[in-house]
Write a protein that binds this ligand. Sequence first.
Ligand SMILES: C[S@@+](CC[C@H](N)C(=O)[O-])C[C@H]1O[C@@H](n2cnc3c(N)ncnc32)[C@H](O)[C@@H]1O
Length: 289
Amino acid sequence: MPEQDKFLVDPFDFLADMFQRPPLFGEYTVDRLWQDEHISQRMLELHLDKDTELASRPHAFIERSAEWIKSRFEIGAKTVVFDYGCGPGLYTSRFARMGASVTGIDFSKRSIDHATAYASDHSLEVSYVLADYLSWETTDRADLITLIFCDLCPLSPHRRQTLFGRFRRHLKPGGHILLDVCSLAQFESKKEQTVCERNLLGGFFSPHDYFGFLTAFKYDSERVSLDKYTIVERGGVRHFYNWIQHYGVDELAGELGENGFAVQEVYSNVAGDPYEADSPVLAVVAQVV
Ligand SMILES: C[S@@+](CC[C@H](N)C(=O)[O-])C[C@H]1O[C@@H](n2cnc3c(N)ncnc32)[C@H](O)[C@@H]1O
């Protein structure tokens, strides 16, 4: 589907389509969300806002999380870290200050440009790569791969399999992955709903006047939620599909197992807090079997 469709359909059909439950993981629009000129600027502002939990977690949490990662994985001068989906470098900068050899991979040019400028301004050595991590290749191998802020969850099972394949190839023998995902407790707290607002989310989707519709669906047996955004501007309409796969410990361990990883530790978050079943997030450390 082209990014912006001309508005030639009957309004009834348009609304019927909006309320229709889409096929599971049928449309992938993650790249559209992070790469759009206007939205990526709003995302960057959210990453850098130290108190919000929308694009990155609050900076006080990231500080605590980075310190925990440092002690858990003994990050120091010889540690090679690949941070998949590094955003503007909130973790990579901290790992670099610990002396690690760090590569940050992200397909948002806005974020990579910011991260690169920040590293240069603060004399930090970080290798930033503007790439889709589902296809990025390297001959280097990491001691630790991080995928932080539930970035596994928007991916279809097929894309997750692809990503795990990359992880397996990009790790040194004995290396670890650390990732967090949305939990089943978070799935339970969600509800199906429809919201319509002029300039939905305060102009997040466009610098121009628009009507934004959120239609939220739940796929109970698969534990998947979808926030489907339909953005209607003069002359066209755009769609954004925010899929989220939710996991219990067994489901995540099972999926990792099918992809050649064994879970070693389970936490409530990437700051190493003990696992609790009602936590909205769960984090794991895993190694290639
Ligand atoms: C929710 S943000 C988290 C950023 C960072 N991990 C943090 O916690 O501050 C997700 C990041 O992953 C990036 N991303 C998502 N899918 C990606 C892909 N397939 N390839 C590269 N980057 C991707 C986005 O551009 C965005 O910067």
